[in-house]
Design a protein around this ligand. Structure first.
Ligand code: G3I
Length: 414
């Protein structure tokens, strides 16, 4: 590549930097991609690519608030992860998925856990191919707030430190969910006002601890049943349906910059559940409750996943509200064997390709996260008791047809 080409690409990247959405942490310069000559469309959603959120039509409710609990601050210096030179930065290597994504200011990520990061092969694959990591379990209530007066951020801090050392964005998961809650919560006996303070202080303490290090938070996770009714969660019972709006309000009070996401499964296409999610977020916007987007988890099977058409239609109607649509937890169950047969892997690759294609086309989708890096560490076999091969890399960390399909898409798409 000539110096002129290199200069032109750097100018393009700088121009994208100027148009970057207000919260994209500057991680794209961490791994210079000036070895590539593709000119592609930036995927950073901005007011030019979809409308601003509507002006609230109802008065914003005045919820009770709180101060964060005293808790240890995040100390990036406490961890000594050395930056990993992504495999594809060696001369002559083919560009990695993250390098191609970064040309579009697009995030490709996987969920992970701190105990995997000490495996050099795993760490190099993670940092080499992805520019985002999601906290699979490390930031959930049972881990970070195991006792009423005790917080333990060590697992999440390790993930953030690794991400910072490798120029990766972090997806925080999840501030409010009805699973993986500690006994002191699920067996607690409190008044409604006390429950409100407990939830408020948890959210503000966790979000404050990670302020400045989290690209987006799953503020509330999975509040609906598949029929579109609210799930009978601890928080619905103890506070009422307004717990959702309260959670977003408190997260915004704790961090004015991070993106605030409502995250859900089986609500990717057009169905009762996605309609319920759409009505929820539309109502929140009308009341001036701070929310930036919806997480479409995409936990699907080989057969019968949401079609590209309905996924795109759902994304587009969220874009019309001025909201982001992220693919946050994709995996595609094969359910048949530990290392699935060739034809199953081909079908699986097409399912990933369709979802990735919809995200690339939608004006408001700039995040694509798989729920795990390799089949070896997927949550699904433990959950079902059956072997499975749902992810982009096999048990040995080798790329599968699904990974190559995503790479090929980024290489080809404008
Ligand atoms: O931490 C304990 C450990 O101390 C104990 O020895 C061990 C015994 O089995 O269990 C460990 O807890 C496990 C936890 O993951 C941490 O590894 C739980 O048993 C296990 O049920 C839990 O599974 C997680 C699951 O959420 C819980 O429902 C999965 O790893 C995680 O991938 C999965 O992720 C969820 C998202 O958060 C929300 N969307 C759906 C997605 C899949 O269910």
């Amino acid at each position: 590549m000539t110096a002129i080409h290199r200069a032109f690409l750097l100018v393009m990247l700088c121009l994208w930097g100027l148009s970057a959405c207000r919260r994209a942490p500057e991680i794209f310069s961490a791994h210079p991609t000036d070895t590539l000559t593709l000119t592609v469309r930036s995927k950073t959603p901005s007011s030019e690519t979809f409308p601003a959120k509507p002006t609230p039509v109802y008065p914003t409710p005045k919820f009770p608030t709180c101060q964060p609990d005293p808790a240890p601050a995040f100390n990036p210096g406490a961890y000594s992860f050395m930056p990993i030179r992504p495999v594809s930065n060696r001369e002559g290597d083919a560009p990695s998925l993250r390098q191609l994504a970064e040309l579009r200011r697009f995030y490709v990520g996987v969920s992970t856990a701190p105990q995997f990061l000490d495996d050099p092969g795993y760490a190099e694959l993670l940092a080499g191919q992805f520019n985002m990591l999601a906290a699979e379990n490390a930031m959930k209530w049972e881990v970070v707030h195991p006792k009423p007066e005790r917080y333990d951020f060590s697992q999440g801090d390790a993930l953030v430190a690794f991400a910072r050392a490798n120029g990766m964005a972090v997806y925080g998961h999840a501030l409010v969910w009805d699973l993986q809650q500690p006994d002191w919560l699920t067996r607690g006996e409190y008044s409604r006002e006390e429950w409100i303070q407990i939830l408020c202080r948890h959210i503000k303490t966790v979000v404050s601890h990670y302020r400045g290090y989290i690209y987006a938070w799953d503020v509330v996770n999975e509040a609906f049943q598949n029929n579109g009714a609210l799930r009978d969660t601890l928080w619905l019972r103890k506070i009422g349906p307004e717990y959702i709006a309260m959670a977003f309000q408190w997260a915004r009070e704790a961090d004015p910059q991070t993106l605030l996401i409502y995250n859900e499964f089986f609500a990717e296409g057009l169905n009762q559940k996605s309609q319920a999610v759409y009505s929820l977020v539309q109502g929140m916007l009308q009341q001036g409750i701070p929310i930036d987007g919806v997480g479409l988890q995409m936990h699907v099977w080989l057969w019968g996943p949401p079609t590209r058409h309905e996924l795109l239609a759902n994304m587009r109607r969220l874009a019309e509200l001025g909201l982001l649509a992220h693919i946050t937890e994709m995996d595609v169950r094969t359910q048949y064997s530990r290392d699935s047969q060739a034809e199953e892997l081909t079908v699986q690759a097409e399912v990933y390709r369709q979802a990735f294609s919809a995200c690339l086309e939608a004006p408001n989708c700039n995040v694509f996260v798989a729920w795990g890096l390799t089949d070896r560490y997927s949550w699904i076999p433990e959950h079902t008791g059956q072997p499975d091969a749902p992810l982009l890399f096999d048990r040995q960390g080798k790329p599968k047809p699904a990974f190559n399909a995503l790479l090929d898409m980024l290489r080809r798409s404008p």
